[in-house]
Design a protein around this ligand. Structure first.
Ligand code: AMP
Ligand code: GLY
Length: 429
């Protein structure tokens, strides 16, 4: 085999997008997916992950497999294997990985830790109180609700795939969310002030020293149109968006990104991988809602179709501390990603539903699979909450969004849950 052997860890839409972009690189010989999904089968071999991805045993197993297969670069998609120390296990074997160490990944693994970190480095964020006292939490909820017209935000501290957050409309709902979190075994909750504004996802590729911001993306986290309903991992994205102009991005880099990376370096946990900032643009400037330590899903699905340069060069360069000089190139125009989720999502999804996915939906359309599988007869079936990410590129946001919905309407997926307003807010900015 000539060319690099890359392993992509994860089985969602983000990992399909990563593998899709890496497989197009002239420098990549093989992409192994651990474990991938039904949509990745034509991009490279799939490695079943019998132990899963989230435990110390599973990451030790994966690191050994990567070494045995002489993988040149491991790209880690989801947060769980990062929090379980996969990058550390790979480094111990002398292997190169794109993703943060376990210590650096703590910024996402614990919301309480992240809030403390933001406060330590004076990074602008919502005021918050972290508590393990169920008996005191109610008063905190009331106090924050009184400050923001009744609204208040309650976050379960642990990893929750983006679903552990409740934006409560009033103190009663806030108190109920706190009670539910403790009842579910959460040790600590973060209760914070509600911030109003436009929200964007800023993904920054880091090599431990340099930080390279990708174009801003708008995600849609709530389950239903108009940002109603429970939080999901993300129902659709549009890129690039520009709610702030260049000064806004500069301010976010100066006040949020660079102090975060410096803080991590000072604490002996330099950051390699994607630092993903969930930012709210408020009248007082950008406020950091949360850190993630990996590419956004489905943010990445709306970025890779626009990437005109080599994805391997970018990720391998970052993993090796050689990001200086790497300048990704972007296609002109916009990309929209509309998620087709299973009935029931973000609650327990209905799975095993047959999907009729036309092979050719047009030159500018790419469908990234997330929760998909093949049944015994070889038919494509749903196998998770978010099932497909249907992307389309167009000369502008309007046409990209229209192209994605046209493709969605040609996919027969009974019971699919789709938001119909992806990108609508961004197009008004
Ligand atoms: P997080 O996982 O912390 O990003 O929260 C998930 C979503 O909840 C965010 O993407 C926001 O839409 C919303 N959210 C989180 N914190 C706040 C806040 N302080 N004010 C308003 N909305 C918030
Ligand atoms: N789309 C939001 C996330 O990946 O957390």
């Amino acid at each position: 085999m000539s060319g690099a052997r890359v392993m992509v860890v994860g089985g969602g839409g983000r990992e399909h997008a990563l593998a899709w972009a890496l497989a197009r690189s002239p420098r990549v010989g093989e992409v192994i997916l651990a474990p991938g999904n039904a949509g990745t089968a034509d991009l490279g071999p799939r490695l079943a992950t019998p132990l899963g991805l989230a435990t110390p045993e599973s990451v030790a197993w994966l690191a050994a497999e990567a070494e045995r297969r002489a993988v040149d670069l491991v790209v880690v998609g989801p947060e769980a294997p990062l929090a379980a120390g996969l990058v550390d296990a790979l480094a111990a074997r002398g292997m190169v990985a794109y993703g943060p160490s376990r210590a650096a990944a703590e910024l996402e693994a614990s919301k309480a830790h992240a809030k403390g970190f933001m406060q330590r480095y004076a990074i602008p964020t919502a005021d918050a109180v972290t508590t393990d006292r169920a008996d005191l939490a109610g008063e905190v909820v009331d106090a924050f609700a009184a400050r923001a017209g009744g609204r208040v935000v309650v976050k379960a501290s642990g990893l929750a795939a983006g679903k552990g957050v409740t934006v409560a409309r009033d103190a009663v709902e806030g108190r109920a969310a706190v009670a539910a979190a403790f009842a579910a075994g959460e040790r600590e909750v973060v209760i914070e002030e509600f911030l109003a504004g436009d929200e964007v996802s800023l993904l920054v590729v880091c090599d431990g020293h340099h930080a390279l911001p990708l174009p801003l993306v708008e995600d849609h986290k709530a389950a239903f149109d108009g940002d109603e309903g429970p939080m999901t991992g993300g129902m659709g994205t549009l890129a690039p968006v520009d709610p702030w102009g260049p000064e806004g991005l500069g301010e976010a880099m100066r006040r949020v990104v660079l102090p975060s990376l410096e803080g991590l370096r000072d604490e002996g946990r330099p950051f390699v991988g994607t630092l993903f900032l969930g930012l709210m643009l408020t009248p007082d400037g950008p406020r950091l809602l949360e850190y993630n330590v990996r590419f956004g899903d489905p943010e990445l699905q709306a970025l890779v179709p626009l990437l005109a340069s080599d994805a391997f060069e970018l990720l391998d360069g970052a993993a090796r501390g050689r990001l200086a000089g790497v300048r990704p190139a972007w296609r002109p125009g916009s990309c929209a990603c509309v998620v087709m989720a299973a009935e029931g999502y973000p609650g327990p999804p209905t799975t095993g539903v047959a999907i009729d996915l036309p092979a050719d939906l047009g030159r500018d359309v790419v469908v990234f699979h997330a929760g998909t599988a093949r049944d015994a007869a070889g038919r494509l079936v749903s196998a998770g909450g978010r099932v497909l990410g249907v992307t389309a590129v167009g000369p502008d946001a309007e046409s990209a969004v229209a192209g994605a919905y046209e493709a969605v309407d040609r996919i027969a997926f009974p019971g699919a849950h789709v938001r119909r307003d992806i990108g609508r807010r961004a197009r008004r900015w």
